[in-house]
Write a protein that binds this ligand. Structure first.
Ligand code: ACO
Length: 431
């Protein structure tokens, strides 16, 4: 925590209260209201936390107006073009880019943690085959607390580190197993000779009956999807992980809570919802109808893959993802894909419409990631699990940071109560 540089003064009923202001290394100043209730007897009201910082952090910085996303100071477009997912994982977890020796050591550690406890296979088999893979993942990741008790003691820094490595390493295995189970194919064990993204594709697409050769362009595109989703500061699922962790819950339970939050269509579920929407639109001639629906106040329909709580200009991840989508479709020779056609024309129609411009609604990363995953042959139900695989390192880095924070307390928001005041119970026969 930095020293306060100036104060804000709040006046209530003629009484003034000084509130310290902190200046971050970059971004807007923050008013410290922690002592407000004890000194002034009032709460602040901020549903959706649109103006509230819940912690201090050194991991990720976003400037939504400029369309800027930095991990430990490095711009996301540089990381997406010059780095790769496991190096970004190291950066997020440890705060600096690794040396060649540190990277080799880290990659070796992650690679050697990719298998899951064999008994967990039975756990998978308890689910219905038609379960959504996110449902399976919430359950299986929560169950890791039962299988990896030797890294559940959060008071021990070494156990916390092992839990971090286990989470990053095992998540692709768990997501791929959830997929294989849903299509009735045998589970595929991880391979240590493959890089992180290639190994994931191998576990999703190979079958024992024939050899599967991973295409390096597809592996690169998958690695980019992982990299672009790796962290996004205090978003809904990360805040969920931090809140769950603030009670002292074990890391596997906290990440399961993050997965549950990510599932929703306003967050990680948007990539699945976006592709389903593009399929529902079907042909470009129906685009005006859907644009009209998105603008209609009486219709709950929203253009999926458009808009963002923080980015109000453009989503820098979407720019890289769009380029990746073009590369993958080119490689796979998909030129006249009707969904892609709808996506391109919908994007152009929305960007030209004053409604979307006035409300600063632009395509977000999920608008393009779904197109890539569809082209690779993954079903829409796997889009959000892949997001969960990518974001695990962000969740776990933020979880790890919490332990070094002396300000850390159990999270406990207050409320504006608008219910009944005290009243006496009435016996049922007298109501
Ligand atoms: N389509 C049509 N109108 C929209 C959309 C949209 N996608 N998004 C926002 N609006 C409108 C709202 O109706 C609202 O209009 P109003 O001011 O007339 O009431 C205005 O824009 C502001 O919207 P809010 O919901 O207040 O903005 P908020 O910051 O709370 O929501 C969110 C952001 C949830 C991402 C929203 O834009 C949305 O639902 N988008 C579609 C889902 C999506 O793509 N989510 C992915 C987010 S990125 C990620 O998780 C990786």
């Amino acid at each position: 925590m930095t020293e306060s540089t100036k104060n804000a003064t709040l006046t209530i009923d003629g009484n003034s209260y000084d509130l310290p202001i902190y200046s971050p290394t970059t971004g807007p100043d923050v008013i410290d209201i922690r002592k407000l209730y004890s000194s002034a007897g009032v709460f602040t009201y901020d549903p959706g936390f649109t103006s509230t910082a819940s912690c201090d952090s050194t991991i990720t910085f976003i400037d939504g107006d400029k369309g800027e996303l930095l991990h430990r100071g490095y711009p996301i477009d540089q990381l997406a073009s010059k780095s790769h997912y496991l190096e970004v994982c190291y950066l997020l977890l440890y705060g600096a880019l690794p040396t060649a020796a540190e990277l080799e050591d880290f990659e070796g550690t992650i690679t050697r943690h990719t298998m899951i406890h064999e008994q967990m296979h039975n756990f998978f088999r308890g689910f219905r085959r038609d379960a959504h893979p996110m449902a399976t993942m919430v359950g299986v990741v929560g169950a890791m607390s039962a299988f990896y008790q030797d890294s559940s003691d959060i008071a021990d820094p070494r156990q916390r580190e092992i839990a971090s490595h286990r989470m990053v390493a095992k998540m692709p295995t768990i997501a791929a197993m959830a997929y294989k189970y849903s299509i009735g194919q045998p589970f595929v064990y991880p391979r240590n000779d493959l890089d992180y993204a290639s190994n994931f594709l191998h576990m999703c697409f190979s079958v024992p009956a024939e050899e599967y050769v991973v295409d390096p362009i597809l592996a690169r595109a998958m690695d980019r999807i992982f990299t672009l989703h790796a962290d996004h500061e205090q978003n809904a699922s990360t805040s969920t992980v931090r809140l769950a962790s603030s009670s002292g819950a074990n890391p596997f339970a906290c990440i399961a809570a993050g997965i549950a939050c990510l599932w929703g269509p306003a967050h990680g579920g948007a990539n699945q919802a976006c592709l389903e929407m593009l399929k529902e639109i079907g042909t470009p001639d129906r685009i005006p109808e859907y644009i009209a629906r998105a603008k209609d106040k009486d219709d709950p329909f929203r253009l999926m893959g458009f808009g963002h709580r923080v980015y109000k200009n453009f989503d820098p991840r979407a720019t890289v993802m769009k380029q990746s989508a073009d590369e993958v479709l080119d490689l796979l020779g998909i030129e006249n894909n009707p969904i892609l056609q709808v996506a391109k024309e919908l994007e152009a129609a929305a960007l030209a419409d004053p409604y979307f411009a006035d409300k600063k609604l632009f395509p977000n990363v999920d608008f393009y990631s779904g197109i890539i995953l569809e082209a690779m042959g993954l079903p829409t139900s796997m889009f959000t699990p892949i997001f969960a695989v990518s974001r695990t390192v962000g969740w776990i880095s933020q979880w790890k940071e919490q332990f070094d924070d002396p300000q850390q307390k159990i999270g406990r928001p207050r409320q504006l109560y608008l219910g009944e005041t005290e009243r006496n119970y009435v016996d049922v026969e007298n109501r």
